[in-house]
Design a protein around this ligand. Structure first.
Ligand SMILES: [Zn+2]
Length: 53
C-alpha cells in the first residue's frame, strides 16, 4: 500500500485542471496557490487539483 500511495502522490500531486477548459497540466502547488500559474490554453486562473474523489 505504501508504494501505491507514493505512486498516487507522484501522479496527482502537482497536476492541476483548468476549471474553464478542463486542460490538465503539471505545476508546482506553491505557485498555483500564489496565483502565478495560469492555464496555458485559456489563460484562466481558476484551477483545481486533479484529485477530486
Ligand atoms: Zn483553461
Amino acid at each position: 500500500m505504501a508504494k501505491f500511495a507514493e505512486a498516487n502522490a507522484r501522479l496527482f500531486a502537482n497536476i492541476f485542471v483548468c476549471k474553464d477548459c478542463k486542460t490538465k497540466f503539471r505545476a508546482q502547488q506553491m505557485k498555483v496557490l500564489q496565483g502565478k500559474i495560469r492555464c496555458r490554453n485559456c489563460k484562466s486562473k481558476s484551477l483545481r487539483p486533479v484529485r477530486k474523489k
